[in-house]
Design a binder for this molecule. Structure first.
Ligand code: GDP
Ligand code: MG
Length: 174
């Protein structure tokens, strides 16, 4: 362990949200700094991994990504098991994907650990056709004790900030 590393932590992050909101793009932007306009993963539930050093703590992060099962609005309970962070994603240009946030939050509360840290994320802020107002989501997030972020996986806006902030919210195991 190098001198500047004070601690190593292993975190499981799950991505939730409707198909097409940009879950895979967010994971790829964070782990590989990569974006593809027509990226269509064809193979089953993927992991994306990354190690990040935030102020001397190394976070070994495993991001669980869906592979189209979200279309059925239901994911296996394995997916939620022992996750430290859940990222609930909607598309700021699509009201229906925002309305689904409530559904994904209920699924998470039902299947996930009690102490999970939750982020609600409005993605695609590079697009001009916004149909979900920031203020509205801020209030919802506050009511639900969730953190709120806006991102563009396409341009990379807010992505590092999202993961760094959320990693730091996870309390140390006793
Ligand atoms: P998923 O189904 O939630 O995993 O969504 P994907 O990551 O596959 O993205 C769905 C589509 O939205 C793809 O065509 C992406 O290129 C596009 N996309 C994802 N993130 C952004 C973004 O931040 N801005 C824009 N303009 N397009 C995005
Ligand atoms: Mg995907």
């Amino acid at each position: 362990m190098s001198k500047s590393v004070k601690q190593v932590r292993h975190l499981k992050i799950v991505l939730l949200g409707d198909e097409g909101v940009g879950k895979t793009s967010i994971a790829l932007r964070y782990t590989s700094d990569f974006f593809q306009e027509n990226y269509k993963p064809t193979v089953g539930a993927a992991f994306h991994s990354k190690s990040s050093n935030y102020n001397g703590t190394v976070y070994n992060i495993k991001i669980w990504d869906t592979a189209g099962q979200e279309r059925f609005k239901s994911l296996s309970s394995m997916y939620y098991k022992d996750c430290d962070i859940a990222i609930l994603v909607y598309d700021i240009t699509s009201k229906s994907t925002f309305k689904s946030i409530g559904h994904w939050e209920r699924e998470l509360r039902k299947n996930g650990p009690q102490d999970v840290q939750i982020a609600i994320v409005g993605n695609k802020i590079d697009l001009p056709q916004r149909s979900v107002k920031t203020k509205r989501v801020q209030m919802l997030a506050e009511n639900k004790s969730c953190h709120f972020f806006e991102t563009s996986a396409k341009e990379g806006t807010g992505i590092k900030h999202l993961f760094k902030k959320m990693c730091k919210k996870v309390p140390n195991q006793t």
